[in-house]
Write a protein that binds this ligand. Structure first.
Ligand code: FAD
Length: 366
């Protein structure tokens, strides 16, 4: 079977790797280079427990994906020879006030009740674990199973694996879907068309712009995030730290990625003074040692935001179309489970999870 995938981000490339291994003929259509957008802009936290507000389908999906990560990155590195920067660092969610500490207590309680490893630490216990955390921190939730990967290295490993397995990458801007008596029969691009039995749209924040895809711009749109990379001789931290929207992700090489903003400002990828100020204020508050670090870089990316915070996974509104998009803040984390579920759908196997909460037609009552 011939498959075309629109978008060569982490989703399109991970799905391509999965499908080509099942013997399908796969072409990824990417107008830039693989990973050009959100997938290399990300911080790379693999953190379902840091991100979750409550039990539900998003937490289930995220935990499944986190569970797949160690074997997934091991296989990618074995095939491509590229290390992914996967690091079992654990994570701490910080509280600066007693009110925040009470909220963390409630979070730890429901997560423990759900069978997850989580613990509430006092300020002293936090600093025993991480001596460079601010003396202002009064408590923290410790999630020892939330980890990280380096998204740029991951994209290199994924792309190299895809090429080795025989995926074709074509540099083209897709203009729309080919319609043949109500069935999607491939895509149109600027200089022609490409026919396929199955079209998978994984175009990230641009998904709803694709004519014929059936996803409304109100339900899936870009959410800008700004990041700053700091460099110190050796990292002052071992764990991923988070407080409010702010986070600090310490890499193995001493660099520290600090985030972030969430801004619904359309397709505007500018880094702004206000964005940098907010990111650096939150990072240095969590870890004052970062005040003396050099700025190694800064950038912004566009996350595929959805109205209900859940991704769009599954069959589109016409035969011949699948959608894998809208992974918002967690697309790096969710790549392996997305690839697996889409692979199961394409092969006609029963999906490993109930996909109804993620069905792309849910916003239009389908
Ligand atoms: C600042 C920031 C921090 C983040 N941090 C994390 C994190 O810590 N952990 C985590 O799990 N996730 C994180 N994310 C989210 C994650 O990056 C995204 O959810 C994920 O990368 C989405 O992958 P994607 O492949 O769907 O989209 P993208 O990577 O955006 O890929 C879509 C691709 O489609 C291509 N495309 C679009 N339209 C067309 C067209 N018409 N024709 C051809 N090609 C087209 C684009 O060029 C692009 O390469 C973060 C995102 C940002 C921006």
């Amino acid at each position: 079977m011939k498959v075309v995938i629109v978008g060569g981000g982490v989703m399109g490339t991970a799905i391509a790797c999965e499908l080509v291994a099942a013997g399908l003929e796969v072409t990824v259509l990417e107008r830039s280079i693989p990973g050009a957008e959100a997938s290399t802009a990300a911080a790379g936290m693999l953190a379902p427990q840091l991100e979750a507000q409550a039990p539900g389908p998003m937490l289930d999906l995220s935990l499944r994906s986190r569970g797949l990560y160690p074997a997934w990155v091991k296989a990618l590195t074995a095939e491509s020879g590229v290390e992914t920067g996967y690091l079992e660092s654990g994570a701490l969610q910080l509280a600066f006030t007693e009110a925040q500490a009470h909220e963390l207590e409630a979070t730890v309680a429901w997560q423990q009740a759900a069978g997850l490893r989580a613990a509430l630490l006092s300020g002293g216990e936090v600093r025993a674990l991480e001596p460079n955390v601010s003396p202002e921190v009064v408590a923290a939730a410790h999630f020892p199973d939330d980890h990280q990967v380096d998204p740029r290295k991951l994209m290199q490993a994924l792309t190299a694996t895809a090429l080795r397995r025989g995926v074709r990458f074509t540099s083209v801007g897709v203009a729309g879907l080919l319609d043949e008596q109500g069935t999607v029969a491939g895509i149109r691009h600027d200089s022609g068309e490409l026919r396929a039995e199955l079209t998978i749209v994984a175009a990230g924040a641009w998904t709803s712009l694709l004519p014929g895809v059936g996803v409304d711009e109100r339900h899936l749109k870009p959410a800008r995030g700004q990041l700053v990379e700091l460099a110190l001789g050796a990292s002052p931290l071992k764990h991923v730290l988070k407080s409010g929207l702010g986070y600090v992700v310490p890499r193995a090489d001493g660099h520290v990625v600090c985030g972030t903003t969430v801004e619904l400002v359309g397709f505007d990828k500018r880094v702004t003074a206000a964005g940098l100020a907010s990111v650096l204020t939150q990072a240095t508050r969590a870890c004052p040692r970062l005040e003396g670090a050099s700025v190694a870089g800064f950038w912004a990316g566009l996350r595929p935001w959805t109205e209900d915070g859940l991704p769009l996974l599954g069959t589109g509104h016409r035969p011949g179309l699948l959608i894998a998009s809208g992974h918002y803040r967690n697309g790096i984390l969710l790549a392996p489970i997305t690839a697996r579920l889409i692979g199961q759908l394409v092969r006609g196997d029963r999906p490993a999870m109930d996909l109804r909460p993620f069905r792309p037609a849910r916003f239009s009552g389908g």
